[in-house]
Design a protein around this ligand. Structure first.
Ligand SMILES: [Zn+2]
Length: 159
């Protein structure tokens, strides 16, 4: 299996998304995965599901799970479509929820780690600030066991 195909599967990519390039920077100790879609690709309106061509894009980066010990970043042009009924909308991405700078896999890992250790420790280990960890938790807290994830007002430890 080619590495692009392997990563495509690992990231759960679907639709027109393809991996254009994977860069491993030994010096900078990081991995960068560049994704793109072919010209003429269509994406469904996130509200009504009707597919449209791309209206415009914005270059974005998402933090993904480390690959071995190397922090890994996903890069892509995030497309917007212009729906006849709903106007300009950012499309749903298979690897991240709207507005998040982290991949779904990364967020899932953070949530799992927070079951076992304080937010400050998670923040240190995954090398993102505590506010970001809390933002991730707050997003998922409704869908998680609310008793185990009841959080302190000033937020150090989850119970
Ligand atoms: Zn629509």
């Amino acid at each position: 299996m080619k590495s692009e195909e392997l990563f495509r599967k690992l990231l759960g990519l679907e639709g027109p998304w393809v991996i254009k390039e994977i860069k491993f920077d030994h010096q900078g100790k990081r991995v960068d995965i560049f994704m793109d879609f072919p010209r003429g690709s269509k994406f469904p309106c996130p509200v009504c599901g009707i597919p449209y061509g791309v209206y415009d894009t914005e270059e974005r980066t998402w933090r993904h799970l480390n690959i071995f010990q190397y922090p890994t970043y996903v890069h892509a042009r995030e497309p917007r479509i212009k729906c006849n009924e709903h106007g300009k909308k950012t499309v749903d991405l298979p690897w991240a929820r709207k507005g998040s700078g982290f991949s779904l896999h990364f967020e899932a890992m953070v949530v799992e780690m927070c079951r076992e250790m304080p937010v400050s420790a998670v923040s240190r280990i995954v090398e993102i600030n505590e506010d970001s960890v809390w933002r991730i938790l707050k997003h998922y807290v409704d869908v998680l066991d609310p008793i185990r994830f009841r959080q302190h007002e000033h937020g150090e430890m989850l119970i």
